[in-house]
Design a protein around this ligand. Sequence first.
Ligand code: FAD
Length: 342
Amino acid sequence: MSEAIKTDVLIIGAGPCGLFAVFELGLLDMKVHLVDILDKIGGQCAELYPEKPIYDIPGIPFVTGQGLTEALLEQIKPFNPNFHLNEMVESIEKIGDPGFRVTTDAGKVFECKIVVVSAGGGSFQPKRPPVPGIEAYENTSVFYAVRKMEQFRDREILIVGGGDSALDWTLNLHPLAKRITLLHRRDDFRAAPHSVEQMRKLVADGKMDLKIGQVTALEGADGQLSGAQVKGSDNAMSTVSCDTMLPFFGLTMKLGPVANWGLQLENNLVPVETASFETNVPGIFAIGDINTYPGKLKLILSGFHEGALMAQKAHRYVYPDKRLVFQYTTSSSSLQKKLGVN
Ligand SMILES: Cc1cc2nc3c(=O)[nH]c(=O)nc-3n(C[C@H](O)[C@H](O)[C@H](O)COP(=O)(O)OP(=O)(O)OC[C@H]3O[C@@H](n4cnc5c(N)ncnc54)[C@H](O)[C@@H]3O)c2cc1C
């Protein structure tokens, strides 16, 4: 087990509500680390609708999902939060009163006084392609994410999909792979046009292969892939030689390990009381889409409000001897100093 990272607050989920919580906690002098299973910051806004407009963020008539994420990141810059992406929080263990040891699937350990669960609808998990027996190859020859590129050096890789992930990994892994074949069900890609252009140039130069069709079966033994049978758009069958397959079929949200943390659950949501958004476990708070209470609206603005009230109660745990004085950012020189604006 690695040495524990010590922090005041560990936030699970770097969606908009987790991000704004960093601001509210930072104003009250609490240091934060955030963990997210995604490879990017912004939760649903960045993953599901980066280019769609949001019209109901108070005071901002129009902003895209990605635009909001970038604005939140700019706002929390003075507090220098630490992000741990591509990692899923698996377990939370009570070690103090309050005090918690939090462990990720990458073996990273945090020791913190407060946990804030801002896990949205749960963890984003990859969709499994409908190929019989694929489970037997998962994590040995079939991978749904690239955590370390080096792992794929000199591999004969079949990348399946037509979106940004499929195209980005085709281009990124191309220099170190033995050979890359990109397979998509039609010769039309949803990915950024520039990436598609680069991929087509590599194909034209004979540096990689492009196939149109769908995987119908896998060939290999003991979890080691040797090829994939492909049905072409003309129904002709062929075999693509490969030792590794990377399917990128999008993500779906599943509650995941949140269910195992000793938190009360109601229809896969975490009930909280509305003065501080604390859960049934003192010191663990839940904000944003993951929580439930009478009248809850799954809106970003609700999560912002929840984060502000959560920080007030969290302060009592982190600084039990300090009295909190309510202050406005417009008029408090101490808050402005923390924001680096005076
Ligand atoms: C298409 C669409 C349009 C929308 N439009 C609007 C709108 O106009 N206005 C509005 O207010 N809202 C809108 N919403 C809803 C809004 O996006 C959500 O309310 C908001 O994203 C919730 O934020 P959050 O931070 O609570 O959770 P999320 O954004 O869901 O982020 C949660 C994060 O937690 C991570 N996570 C979960 N479990 C774990 C774990 N165990 N370990 C590590 N990480 C974990 C997930 O990977 C995820 O990144 C829209 C949603 C969709 C899908």
